[in-house]
Design a binder for this molecule. Structure first.
Ligand code: ATP
Length: 309
């Protein structure tokens, strides 16, 4: 028996993500926004163990505050498990044990990573062997960021962010991630962006959203300095308007040697890009010395994978 199936359970690990570039277009008739996103999977992981059970149950723990995470059918991982069961006509259930390291409601796609991990874990546990394309379809039904958590690496997402194509990224990018105690709701941040745009406080994007080619070039060239010049997140203005205190932390990071600082996704987690692992370590020490939680992560890393197989 492989390590992955030790004690009759499957262990899957899925990464959190950073948005290196995020352009938000106009709101569509269905209430969603068209976006163009450059995603990078980073080395902050969610671990999910799946074991046979009669019903669908879940236990959530972690190194981050998990009090806001539902431990019932509202959990995205449980919905993912049910979707796999429905797709293959499986009549049993599963128990999911989740150990979270990605900040909850932090804009790093932790719930999406749990869902992607649950898809892969149930597929393996039940011997479904659905294959990448089918798992991707199920992922897209669960949420815009779930397909990327499955895929990992570096990718461009359009539509709602779920129409993915891999982007070539050479080398390794070092990031310092600074989580906040209180999460931000993604719909609230989008709603605030719409309000700021309709009040003409900030400009609207009228064209179909697209990634700045300079970002893709910087990724291909493994050039963090060029990447820092061209990162952009349209949700940042809205997140900073809802959490003005984040501005001081962004300035502190940039004064402390970060090449760039930005809000990750819908925030409030901040991500600072460093030039190399040593500079990242220095930046981490300086931010920690100011009393902030500062985590050193790197990307790109693989998407949801069975551990030990
Ligand atoms: P995204 O960037 O994909 O919008 P996020 O990283 O900002 O997501 P998540 O941590 O994924 O935020 O969760 C947002 C909300 O989703 C939580 O506040 C919680 O109520 C709900 N949720 C459902 N399932 C999960 C899960 N497995 N882990 C975390 N939150 C979950």
């Amino acid at each position: 028996m492989s390590e992955a199936f030790a004690e009759g359970r499957v262990h899957v690990r899925a990464p959190g993500k950073l948005n290196l570039f995020f352009e938000v277009g106009a709101v569509q008739d269905d209430g969603y926004h068209d976006v163009a996103s450059a995603y990078q999977a980073v080395s902050l992981y969610e671990d999910v163990w799946a074991s046979h059970a009669d019903d669908f149950t879940i236990n959530v723990s972690g190194t981050v505050d998990v009090t806001g995470v539902p431990a019932d059918d509202r959990n995205l991982a449980v919905r993912a498990a049910r979707l796999v069961a429905q797709r293959i006509g499986y009549r049993g259930g599963v128990h999911l044990d989740i150990a979270k390291s990605v900040p909850v409601a932090g804009g790093m796609g932790g719930g999406s990573a749990d869902a992607a991990a649950a898809l892969v874990a149930c597929d393996a546990l039940w011997g479904a062997d659905l294959g990448g394309a089918e798992l991707h379809k199920l992922a897209a039904r669960l949420g815009a960021d779930v397909p990327f958590a499955l895929m990992g690496g570096t990718a461009v997402g359009t539509g709602r962010g779920d129409q993915l194509s891999p982007a070539l990224a050479k080398g390794r990018f070092d990031w310092i991630v600074v989580p906040s105690d209180d999460g931000l709701s993604t719909p609230e941040v989008y709603g605030h962006l719409d309000a700021l745009r309709s009040a003409h406080d900030i400009a609207s994007v009228v064209r179909v959203p697209e990634i700045d080619p300079a970002v893709l070039q910087a990724l291909r060239a493994a050039d963090p300095v060029a990447l820092a010049e061209h990162t952009r997140n349209d949700l940042q203005a809205a997140a900073l308007s809802l959490r003005p205190g984040l501005r001081d932390v962004l300035e502190l990071g940039e004064r402390s040697g970060a090449l760039a600082g930005m809000v990750s996704g819908s925030g409030p987690t901040l991500a600072f890009l460093a030039g190399d692992p040593e500079s990242a370590l220095e930046l981490q020490m300086m931010l920690s010395a100011s009393g902030l939680t500062a985590l050193h992560v790197h990307g790109p890393v693989a998407g949801a994978r069975v551990v030990g197989s």
